[in-house]
Design a protein around this ligand. Structure first.
Ligand code: NFS
Length: 670
C-alpha cells in the first residue's frame, strides 16, 4: 500500500513546485518527492554504520561493542564511508575541471569549433600566478601553456599542487605542517580508494587526514581549475539581469532545458540558439523561437554569464517536464535523475544525453565533441524543434522572479573600489566597524527529505536580519533567487540596518550569487583576498565567516564542506549526518562526529558539523561570528549604531521638520 504523501505545501515552499506536485498527483506520476515519502531511509546506512566494502558483509554495527567480520570498529567504518563519499565528490568536480583544461588546450590549438578565449585579461592574470610568460605572446600561446600546467595537476605524482600558492601563506603552512597538502588531484582520489579497500588503513583519524587532502585537491585543484578555465573561455561573470523559476518556460516557443554542470556544452547551445539558422528553423516549425533555460549548476553557469533564465534547482528537474512544455532536456553530467526518462514518456519531452560518461537507458544520445561543438549544438536544437509539433496540453506556473547574479570575486573587487581602486578594503572595513557582522556562504543542494527550499530560505533570511552578508552558489542560490532575495531593493527591507547601508552604498543585493558549485572556489578566493587586505587576521580561520549547506544531499557537497573546513571555515550541514551514528544505542558511534568538530578544529581552525534544526544553524553561525569578532578585538555587534545613513537617512531627513533635520545633521539647534 502506498504510504501517505506530504501535501504540496509540506513538500515545497515554492508555489510553482507546489502546482506541479498537484499535477503529478492528478496524473499519478511519481517524483522524487513522492518516492522519498514512499521509501524511508535506512537508519543504519544513513548514520554511516554499515560497511559493504568487501564480500564478507555487509556488516551492520548496531550493537554496543560489535565489529565487522574483519574486526573493523564503528569509527573506522564511518571514516571509511565518509572518505569514499568525499573522494567521489572530489572526482566529479575535478573531472569537470580536467575536461575544461582539455577544452582550453584544444581552443589554444585552433582545434575546436565555435569557442574562443573571451577573457584574455583573466588568462593573463592567471598565467602570471604560475610564472607563465605573457609579454609579447598571443592569448593562444599563453592558453596553451596554462592548459598544459592545469592538465598536469591531475596526474602529478609528487610535490605540491601548483594552485596551492593561491591560499594565504599561513594556511599553506598549516597544510604543510599537518601533512595534507595535495600532491596531485587524481593521486589523492586513488589513494582514498586504496586506503579504504579491505585490510588497509584502519585508524579513523589517519583515514580522515587523507580525506582532507583529497578534498583540498578538489577545492584548491580540480574545482579551481574548472572556475578559472570557464571564466577564460566564456567570460568572468559580472552582474546581469536574469529570471528564475518554472514560469520562465514559454507557451509559444520551443523550450529547451539544459541540465547538468559543464558550461562547454551549454554555452554552445546558447550560441547556436541565437543563430538565424536555428531561429528560422524554429519559426518554420510554428514557434516564435527557441527559449533556453537551465536546471542545477548548468543553470548557474549560463545565468551568471549570459542571463539565461533558470527553470529551477535540483528538485525541479522533474517538475519542469511535468509542465508538458519542454521539447527537450539536454543533460551532461551530475545531478541528473534516472527517473527523467520514465517521467518524460508521459509527455512528448525528449531526454538527450551528451557526455561520453553519462547515458540513461531510453534517452537519446547525441555525443558532444568540442571539435564540432557548434554543429552538434545545432543538431541537438533541430531535434528539439522537430519535437515541437508533438506537444500536448501544457501547464506552466506563472511564477518567475527577477534576479541579478554574476558576483565573481573579480567583480566584487571591482564593485568595492571601481576600476582604479579595486580592493576589498571597504568590505573589511564594514566588517571591522560592525556594519556587517560577518559573512555566511549558503550553498548546496535540495534534498526531498526536507521541505524543498525551506531551509535555504529560512537560514538566509534570518542571517540577513542579523547583518550577515550572504554569498550563495549552486541550488541554494536558485532557492533564494526564486524568493526575490537576489534583487537589490527587493531584498533590502529584509536585512539588518548596517548591512542595508552597505548594500545601498555599493548598490548590491543582500545576497550575492557567486555561481555554480565548482565556483565555491570563488568564495575561497574572496576569503583569501580579505586576509591579504588586512585587518581581519592573517588566515581564513580568523575571519568571522561560516559556510552552510542546509539541504545537502550529494557527495560533492561533502567534498566542498571538507575543503572549506580545511581552509579554516566553520561548516554547518543541515539534514542528516552521514557519520551521525546512534549514540544512544552504540556509545562509540559518535567518535567520528566529534572528531570532525573538535579534532579538525584543533588541526585546521575550521570544523564540520551536522545540524538539522535551522534555528540552531543560525544560532551557531552567529555565535561563531561573534567569537571570531571578539578574537580579532573588533567591536561587539550592535545594530542600533547603524541604519542612519544612505537612503534610510535621506528618507528620514525628508520627513523631518527643518529644526530636527539640522539637529540630526549638525548636532545643534538654533
Ligand atoms: Ni551542487 Fe550543482 Fe545542485 Fe547539489 Fe547538484 S546541481 S554541483 S550537487 S544538487 S547544489
Amino acid at each position: 500500500m502506498a504510504k501517505q504523501h506530504r501535501t504540496p505545501e509540506e513538500a515545497s515552499i515554492d508555489s510553482a513546485a507546489q502546482e506541479m506536485l498537484i499535477r503529478a498527483e492528478e496524473l499519478q506520476i511519481s517524483t522524487a518527492f513522492s518516492r522519498a515519502d514512499d521509501m524511508a531511509p535506512c537508519n543504519i546506512g544513513s548514520a554511516g554504520m554499515c560497511c559493504k566494502i568487501c564480500g564478507m558483509g555487509p556488516c551492520r554495527l548496531t550493537k554496543e561493542g560489535s565489529t565487522g567480520v574483519c574486526g573493523a570498529t564503528i569509527d573506522t567504518i564511518q571514516a571509511r564511508n565518509l572518505i569514499r563519499a568525499i573522494a567521489a565528490g572530489a572526482a566529479a568536480h575535478s573531472d569537470h575541471g580536467r575536461d575544461m583544461a582539455f577544452t582550453l588546450k584544444a581552443v589554444a590549438n585552433g582545434e575546436t569549433e565555435g569557442y574562443y578565449i573571451r577573457d584574455v585579461a583573466k588568462l593573463r592574470t592567471t598565467a602570471q600566478i604560475y610564472d607563465i610568460p605573457i609579454e609579447g605572446r598571443s592569448p593562444e600561446e599563453i592558453a596553451n601553456d596554462l592548459a598544459d600546467l592545469y592538465t598536469s595537476q591531475f596526474g602529478q605524482q609528487k610535490g605540491e599542487l601548483a594552485l596551492i600558492k593561491r591560499a594565504p601563506k599561513k594556511r599553506q603552512e598549516v597544510w604543510s605542517a599537518t601533512g595534507v597538502t595535495p600532491r596531485g588531484v587524481d593521486r589523492e582520489v586513488v589513494e582514498a580508494l586504496h586506503r579504504t579497500h579491505i585490510g588497509d588503513d584502519q585508524d579513523a583519524e589517519h583515514i580522515l587526514v587523507h580525506a582532507v587532502r583529497t578534498a583540498l585537491g578538489d577545492g584548491w585543484g580540480g574545482s579551481l581549475i574548472a572556475t578559472d578555465v570557464s571564466d577564460i573561455l566564456f567570460g568572468t561573470p559580472a552582474p546581469v539581469l536574469g529570471q528564475a523559476n518554472l514560469g520562465v518556460l514559454k507557451d509559444d516557443m520551443v523550450n529547451v532545458v539544459v541540465h547538468g554542470h559543464e558550461p562547454t556544452l551549454s554555452e554552445m547551445i546558447v550560441a547556436a540558439s541565437q543563430t538565424p539558422e536555428i531561429i528560422q528553423y524554429a519559426q518554420a516549425a510554428g514557434a516564435k523561437g527557441v527559449n533556453l533555460s537551465g536546471i542545477c549548476c548548468t543553470a548557474n553557469e549560463t545565468l551568471m554569464r549570459q542571463g539565461i533564465p533558470a527553470a529551477g534547482n535540483f528538485l525541479q528537474q522533474e517538475l519542469s517536464i511535468l509542465t508538458g512544455a519542454v521539447e527537450a532536456m539536454i543533460v551532461d553530467v551530475q545531478c541528473i535523475m534516472q527517473a527523467l526518462v520514465g517521467l518524460a514518456e508521459n509527455f512528448h519531452t525528449k531526454i538527450i544525453t551528451t557526455s561520453p560518461k553519462v547515458k540513461l537507458k531510453g534517452a537519446t544520445h547525441i555525443q558532444f565533441d568540442e571539435h564540432k561543438a557548434l554543429t552538434i549544438a545545432k543538431d541537438i536544437l533541430k531535434f528539439a524543434i522537430d519535437n515541437y509539433k508533438n506537444r500536448g496540453e501544457t501547464v506552466i506556473p506563472d511564477d518567475r522572479e527577477d534576479l541579478v547574479p554574476g558576483f565573481s570575486h573579480e567583480y566584487i573587487n571591482y564593485m568595492l573600489g571601481g576600476s582604479y581602486r579595486s580592493s576589498f578594503r571597504p568590505l573589511n572595513d564594514a566588517i571591522m566597524s560592525g556594519r556587517i557582522r560577518g559573512v555566511a556562504a549558503i550553498v548546496g543542494c535540495n534534498n526531498p527529505r526536507s521541505q524543498h527550499d525551506y531551509l535555504h530560505v529560512k537560514v538566509t533570511k534570518e542571517l540577513l536580519k542579523q547583518d550577515v552578508l550572504v554569498v550563495e552558489t549552486g541550488c541554494g542560490a536558485i532557492a533564494s533567487a526564486k524568493q526575490g532575495l537576489l534583487l537589490g531593493e527587493a531584498g533590502l527591507d529584509k536585512v539588518g540596518p548596517g548591512l542595508r547601508e552597505i548594500c545601498e552604498t555599493i548598490g548590491i543585493p543582500p545576497v550575492l550569487h557567486m555561481g555554480s558549485c565548482v565556483d565555491n572556489t570563488r568564495i575561497l578566493t574572496v576569503l583569501t583576498q580579505m586576509v591579504e587586505e588586512g585587518g581581519l587576521g592573517d588566515d581564513i580561520d580568523q575571519i568571522p565567516a561560516v559556510g552552510l549547506a542546509p539541504e545537502w544531499m550529494s557527495e560533492k557537497a561533502l567534498s566542498i564542506g571538507t575543503y572549506c573546513m580545511a581552509s579554516g571555515a566553520y561548516v554547518i550541514f543541515g539534514g542528516s549526518s552521514p557519520v551521525g551514528g546512534m549514540p544512544d544505542k552504540v556509545s562509540d558511534s559518535d567518535i567520528v562526529s566529534n572528531y570532525l568538530i573538535e579534532g579538525w578544529e584543533g588541526l585546521y581552525g575550521g570544523k564540520m558539523e551536522f545540524e538539522p534544526d535551522p534555528d540552531e544553524m543560525v544560532r551557531k553561525t552567529l555565535e561563531h561570528i561573534d567569537k571570531k569578532r571578539a578574537d580579532l578585538g573588533l567591536p561587539v555587534y550592535d545594530p542600533s549604531r547603524f541604519g542612519k545613513s544612505g537612503d534610510a537617512r535621506m528618507l528620514q531627513l525628508e520627513e523631518m521638520p527643518l529644526e530636527a533635520r539640522r539637529a540630526m545633521l549638525y548636532g545643534q539647534t538654533d
